[in-house]
Design a protein around this ligand. Sequence first.
Ligand SMILES: Cc1cc2nc3c(=O)[nH]c(=O)nc-3n(C[C@H](O)[C@H](O)[C@H](O)COP(=O)(O)O)c2cc1C
Length: 136
Amino acid sequence: MHYKFYISKSTQHFGDLDLLDMLKDFRKNNHLNQVTGMLFYRAGHFLQVIEGEKHIIETLYSKIARDSRHIEIRTLLEGDIGNRMFGHWDMAYKKIEDIEEEVVTDVDQIIDTYKKIDFLEEGIILKVIKGFYYKA
Ligand SMILES: Cc1cc2nc3c(=O)[nH]c(=O)nc-3n(C[C@H](O)[C@H](O)[C@H](O)COP(=O)(O)O)c2cc1C
């Protein structure tokens, strides 16, 4: 099992209804491909985990990377895992208001720094993934 966690900048404003509409399509595809994960949208940025069979994740990621709805996509963390972190969700989504404040602070820090520095501390990235996971 493989996962990728990336950040990107949206090319247009997405309201909550737009996101839910997009998620309908993502979830349908993901269900078919046994892809699970989570999506954050904050201050014009997406942060997403996708997880599943490695070749499926690689194919999906290259599709996502070409999607004109966002730019400046950068993988923050990826790797092999024994068990899915988001096994119950075809693509979990939470409004940022429903995320613990501490995690939102970490998300903001990632958004502020990811373009300026080459290396982001793994701890903060994992905290964001887990922050979503535990409260989901
Ligand atoms: C932020 C973002 C997240 C996306 N997440 C997914 C996803 O989880 N699953 C998915 O199938 N497509 C996702 N997409 C859409 C893909 O880029 C692509 O449009 C979709 O896989 C359909 O591709 P196809 O028509 O070539 O099959 C995402 C797009 C964006 C902009």
